[in-house]
Ligand binder design. Sequence first.
Ligand SMILES: Nc1ncnc2c1ncn2[C@@H]1O[C@H](COP(=O)(O)OP(=O)(O)OP(=O)(O)O)[C@@H](O)[C@H]1O
Ligand SMILES: [Mg+2]
Length: 278
Amino acid sequence: MSYYAVLGLTKEPFSSSPDPAFFFRSSSHMQALTRLEIAIRLRRGLSLILGDVGTGKTTLARTLLSNFPQEDGFAFHMILDPSFESEYQFLLQLCRLFGLREPYKSTLDCREAIEHHLFHSGVAEGRTTVLLVDEGQKLSADMLENLRVLLNYETNEFKLLQVVIFGQMELVGRLARLKNFIDRVALKYIINPLSEEETAQMVRFRLASAGLDEGRTLFTPEAIRAIHRFTQGYPRQIALLCHNALEALVMHERAVVDETVIGDLIRDESRWLHEAAA
Ligand SMILES: Nc1ncnc2c1ncn2[C@@H]1O[C@H](COP(=O)(O)OP(=O)(O)OP(=O)(O)O)[C@@H](O)[C@H]1O
Ligand SMILES: [Mg+2]
């Protein structure tokens, strides 16, 4: 029997995968989501979502995808890792994503095919094509330049391609040097970590989504305070610590996670980090 079933849960509450079903809408995540949806519907072109490691960028991207469920008129495509060997490889991948299958032999061929496709689907068919790029900090200057060219395809009223780049904060420094690119950003948003109150809400939300009975508590308020203090409100860290706490709960046959359980885990973690650094 898995540890979570012992606790009366139907699913793993603190899995590390970016599952939209476990996405808690903190004020920062909610704002990012709402503003992205508006930018996409208005076809404003380029949006940039930045955040430190583990703030929920990939989960946000997947949630955005699931918020446009099979809606007619939107074609979403996602690049999970934009580390391409050359601009030709990058453009070829875009052609494949857009369903363009001819053997394009050069970057120019690819660009022409993409432009034709975007024009046809955007103007003749009235569809909005959206490209989500995760791990945006891995975009090379060449790839950014290619995206800039694609963002130039437009009608008098709107951009033919909507691009949303999700990236870690190091991307800012690189973009700042590319004035041509940064000038085109219609929406910039930085995801903030969660407050203590939101940390409590996220833990409750994920437990409820995993089937915890209403009214049952698995974490004391003191435990939540300690979790927030240690993780600084970073969602991945919160999820990891909560996962370990529930495992400890089951192993030691205790009823709730209190400050002591969290304190022990934090000490183990700090010892491990200390030894790994030595
Ligand atoms: N708003 C949220 N509500 C609930 N869980 C979240 C939220 N945001 C992130 N998480 C959880 O945190 C973990 C990391 O999220 P995610 O992979 O989306 O972060 P990231 O910003 O893409 O990280 P990286 O910078 O390493 O790519 C996942 O387990 C995810 O479920
Ligand atoms: Mg990510």
